[in-house]
Design a binder for this molecule. Structure first.
Ligand SMILES: Cc1ncc(COP(=O)(O)O)c(C=O)c1O
Length: 446
């Protein structure tokens, strides 16, 4: 019976749904339910969600505290337009400002997701500075709407560049492993060179024309790229020198993914705007937003904010957000992440030692990825950039067959389980990685 239902769900999807980032009508997995760190297909197969579904379900699935908060809100009011005040909206904005730091931040503009958050942050930066250009990194992703997509660095922006949007300038952010350096040894010179090159580029573009530098605090989908020491602080210094606003995209890295409320809090600088989504509600109801500094908040007390969305501050979404933030705090998720980090990081570093196909493991909090290589000595990637090959899809399929569900771009296998994952669950599922990597060593490395 369930099997038939599963086939029906697949058939409907294949016939009527336009598949994002893929060709419509292709193979798709029907999911019936999800709970904790798991989800199940219609055949009753269980999968551990080792990527928190696009690094989103930080607190796992069907958490009663969030579900109940949503249910309770539906009894009172599901939706109220942005012009009106509602309790969940006000409470959530207050809490977000507090966890970002009241001394630096003052207000929140709510959106429906990550791309819209970046889109609106870009508009605000342009309004506040009266400048046009937005600098962002090649190794980045900021969303798929027109502006956010033009700000994104990886190849997913190409379709949005047809016709384009004006004023988007890219610079190359350092990637210690891919650029051939050693972490902890070469940081200083890599940082110095990268900042020097960026300053040159800013000068050639005219810093007086640059509204903002938009960066992921830690690049996520492009491979959990940990910046070299001093790099982010150096970007802040350049922004200050030239009157440029610094926007940190925390859509993926926020809400304890790195062990802190926000990933930038691992460094020694403060941005002017923080864009967020995903972990604010763990996707239970979609929500995103921009947290802005006192200076920007003041500007929009004196000038009209020409940004608006019918669903800005959606009541149900904000109620989910209030419950989610409460859970992070009351269950000391930051401390739990620090403990689980030790287990995941130790394991992944062992995978680097053991496997010919693992070039590097990067892990901060429970934000981790393995860099898969064809040749460890030369660091030759398993697949050349933007050149899809069979090996990475094969790895993800083999993992999934064994109940380990995750994703990755290019040569990365992301390991970003729900932050609530237990030691026992990690001990059960991490060995699956080891097993599949052994097969990769045998089949695909030089
Ligand atoms: C860093 C970052 N910014 C923005 C986005 C876009 O978010 P959304 O898909 O909610 O629009 C993503 C999505 O993965 C992301 O990782």
């Amino acid at each position: 019976m369930n099997k038939e239902k599963g086939q029906e769900v697949v058939q409907l999807h294949q016939q009527y749904v336009m598949q994002s980032w893929g060709k419509s009508g292709g193979p798709v997995m029907p999911v019936e339910r999800a709970e904790g760190i798991y989800f199940w297909d219609y055949d009753g197969n269980k999968y551990a969600d080792m990527s928190s579904l696009l690094v989103c379900s930080n607190l796992g699935h069907s958490l009663p505290e969030i579900v109940e908060a949503i249910k309770a809100q539906t009894e009172k009011m599901c939706f109220m337009a942005p012009a009106y005040a509602s309790e969940p909206k006000g409470q959530l904005a207050k809490k977000l400002v507090e966890v970002a730091g009241k001394e630096h931040f003052a207000r929140v503009f709510f959106t429906n997701g990550g791309a819209e958050s970046n889109e609106n942050a870009i508009k605000m930066a342009r309004m506040v500075t009266g400048r046009t250009k937005i600098f962002s990194c090649y190794r980045s992703y900021h969303g798929a709407t027109l502006g956010a997509s033009n700000a994104s660095g990886d190849w997913r922006r190409f379709a949005s560049e047809i016709g384009g949007a004006n004023g988007f300038v890219k610079f190359m952010n350092p990637h210690m492993y891919r650029d051939g350096y050693e972490r902890g040894v070469d940081d200083e010179r890599v940082t110095k060179k990268a900042l020097h090159d960026l300053e040159d580029q800013l000068c050639y573009e005219g810093p007086q024309n640059v509204a903002a530098i938009l960066m992921e605090s830690i690049v996520g989908a492009n491979g959990v790229i940990l910046p070299p020491k001093g790099y982010m602080e150096g970007i802040r210094a350049l922004c200050d020198k030239y009157g440029i606003l610094m926007i940190c995209d925390e859509v993926m890295s926020g809400f304890f993914r790195t062990g802190k409320w926000f990933a930038w809090q691992n460094f020694d600088f403060v941005p002017d705007m923080i864009t967020f989504a995903k972990g604010v509600t763990c996707g239970y109801v979609q929500l995103g937003g921009v947290i802005v500094s006192h200076r920007i908040a003041k500007y929009f007390e004196e000038n009209v904010l020409q940004c608006g969305l019918t669903y800005s501050g959606h009541t149900l979404a904000c109620a989910a957000g209030v419950a989610t933030l409460k859970y992070y705090e009351e269950h000391h998720i930051g401390e739990h992440v620090a403990e689980m980090h030790e287990i995941v990081n130790d394991f992944l570093q062992k995978m680097v030692e053991k496997h010919a196909c693992v070039g590097e493991a990067r892990c901060i909090g429970l934000f981790a990825c393995l860099e898969i290589v064809k040749n460890k000595q030369t660091r030759e990637p398993m697949q050349a950039y933007n050149t899809p090959g069979p090996v990475m899809p094969w790895i993800f399929a083999e993992l999934r067959k064994r109940g380990f569900s995750t994703f990755g771009r290019e040569n990365n296998v992301e390991v970003c389980p729900p932050l609530t994952i237990t030691k026992e669950e990690l001990e059960e599922y991490l060995p699956i990685l080891d097993e599949v990597l052994t097969l990769v060593d045998e089949k695909f490395t030089d």
